[in-house]
Design a binder for this molecule. Structure first.
Ligand code: XMP
Length: 543
């Protein structure tokens, strides 16, 4: 139990084509509300084994329908003794399907099968040293085959297992706790630590052992399978209705649009809105790429004035996001009405978005609204009442998975390598009030950052590189005169999935070129600073 941050137990999995096909024989992850539940599913998919997350409350019939080769019980924030502790149907342990419990999953298995779980004297959080029992002998657990007898693992729990259920044996310990148990006969395995996180040494091997040695899972999962599944699920969902897609030209919404286009053909109309907060030349260039190279049906709407008017005088970041989210929906609704009156021959009932899993987790609050990190506009920033139902085919995926799907869909490399750009655009990179002159300044500075990162051959090596305009004036000297201008912060980060990020140690010459060019070429800027904060505790964007 006790993960540092967690979220409410899963809504039914809706990405991944909605449901996995029984013949894929994948692995079902039953979600107890853990922070890493989707990461477990992703680690399994990395092994070309399909994996979908279902709520822990799913019925045995729902689970059986998927004919999984294995079941993983996730971690979660509760204690098994909490009044509202999440539970599975205990019959999942008697289906004859191999089970792996992780953290809370292990505690729940112990509790459900008659063992004892208790509060630990010392909370284990972070690194711990795992000793595997009998790692080389004949009775080595199948989970630990090929894994050294001592390794660093990552823990996050306050309860632990004291007495094992009948038929179980201990296969691993940390200093403070029983860390791994199993009943190999019933094929029930459990670990107290998190094999899915990078900080656990050999975690992938442990998961591979579970998948291939215990579950005998087959590697049938691929981008092609995802595409086929998803298009079928979208077709079933939309029936004979029409849909619009909010395109940004970034990889996520473009992949979502191309996927849904495969499912619906001309019943999908894409809308690309110029919010006035796009980057230099982005509106024209993106429209051209979407229409001429991807042959998508796209309406370009220049709505800059109405967005910027609504944002006048607003400085609060969350207010900015909400206003922009609301305005986006208003534009989409108007365009849908026009379509309805014109070329659409059916009701427009759906809005397609390229929401990814990290957007979802950061927008869903753990402990009520106060714990929301940011309302990413394609998730939480949208108004509660919308005239559309959402289609979010990428909602369970991480960015690198989406890039792989995009490649399988035949998208050009230049789209696939494009850095992420937030839905609210430059609004969250321009601190304080958004004005047209400041947007123009930020656009020029940003273009220089990206140009220099590209010419240093770093664009594809970093996660994001951009400029932020700070409402901080400082004194400078140019020629013989005093200046008093704005400050540009340069942010370049590396990351795997935007959940964590580190600032990039750029070569001095690159920093120097960026700084010199911005101060010389962008009027009104006297100072350039480099952002050396990581996520956490900072976030990637400044607002
Ligand atoms: P943060 O700033 O939360 O950003 O560390 C994580 C990743 O998400 C992007 N981002 C957004 N994307 N709508 C989006 O579509 C948003 O409102 C939004 N806010 C942040 C950000 O660029 C980074 O890649």
């Amino acid at each position: 139990m006790m993960e540092s941050a967690a979220r409410p137990a899963a809504e039914p999995a809706q990405g991944q084509g909605g449901r996995m096909k029984a013949e894929l024989g994948g692995v079902v992850v039953l979600d107890f509300g853990g922070q890493y539940t989707q990461l477990i599913a992703r680690r399994i998919r990395e092994q070309q084994v399909f994996s979908a997350v279902l709520p822990c409350t799913s019925s045995i019939d729902e689970i059986r329908k998927l004919a999984p080769a294995g079941i993983v019980l996730s971690g979660g924030p509760s204690s098994v003794y909490d009044a509202e502790a999440p539970k599975c149907d205990p019959k999942v342990l008697a289906l004859g399907i191999p089970v792996l419990g992780i953290c809370y999953g292990m505690q729940w298995i112990t509790h459900a099968l008659g063992g004892t779980v208790e509060k630990a004297e010392r909370r284990e959080y972070g690194r711990a040293q795992l000793s595997i029992e009998d790692s080389k002998g004949n009775s080595c657990s199948e989970l630990f085959v090929g894994i050294p007898e001592s390794l660093r693992v990552w823990n996050s729990h306050g309860d632990h297992v004291r007495m094992l259920p009948e038929g179980f044996r201990t296969t691993g310990r940390t200093e403070n706790a029983i860390a791994a148990v199993e009943d190999a006969q019933r094929k029930i395995y459990a670990v107290e630590f998190h094999p899915e996180v990078n900080h656990t040494e050999r975690g992938t091997e442990l998961l591979r052992n579970f998948l291939f040695k215990v579950c005998k899972a087959e590697q049938k999962w691929s981008g092609a399978a995802f595409i086929e599944e998803t298009t079928a699920a979208v077709r079933a969902k939309v029936g004979n209705k029409w849909a619009i897609c909010g395109l940004s030209g970034g990889v996520d919404s473009t992949v979502a649009a191309v996927l849904v286009h495969r499912a619906m053909g001309t019943r999908l109309t894409n809308i690309f809105v110029n919010t006035g907060m796009l980057r230099k030349n982005e509106f024209e260039q993106t429209l051209e790429m979407l229409r001429d190279r991807l042959h998508l049906h796209v309406i370009g709407v220049d709505a800059s004035d109405r967005f910027l008017d609504k944002l006048q005088g607003v400085t609060d970041p969350e207010k900015k996001r909400k206003i922009i989210g609301g305005e986006f929906i208003a534009v989409f609704a108007e365009e849908a009405q026009k379509l309805q009156a014109g070329e659409a021959h059916g009701e427009i009932g759906f809005l397609v978005q390229g929401t990814l899993y990290p957007d979802v987790i950061e927008s869903v609050s753990v402990k009520g609204p106060s714990a929301t990190i940011k309302t990413h506009h394609n998730v939480g920033g949208l108004p509660e009442k919308m005239p559309f139902a959402l289609i979010e085919p990428l909602r369970d995926l991480f960015k690198d998975e989406v890039r792989r799907i995009g490649k399988d869909l035949g998208l050009p490399a230049e789209i696939l390598v494009k850095h992420p750009f937030p839905g609210p655009g430059l609004a969250v990179r321009l601190l304080g009030e958004i004005t047209r002159p400041h947007l123009a300044t930020l656009r020029e500075a940003d273009a220089i950052v990206v140009e220099e990162i590209r010419s240093a051959g770093l664009y594809e090596k970093v996660w994001q590189a951009f400029a932020v305009l700070l409402p901080v004036r400082s004194v400078g000297v140019m020629g013989d005169g005093r200046t008093y201008g704005l400050t540009v912060a340069v942010r370049v980060v590396e990351s795997d999935d935007a959940m964590t990020a580190d600032w990039v140690r750029l070569p001095g010459e690159v920093l120097e070129r960026i700084s010199t060019r911005i101060v010389n070429e962008v009027p009104g800027v006297t100072r350039v600073v480099y952002d050396i904060s990581s996520k956490p505790p900072s976030t990637i964007e400044w607002e």
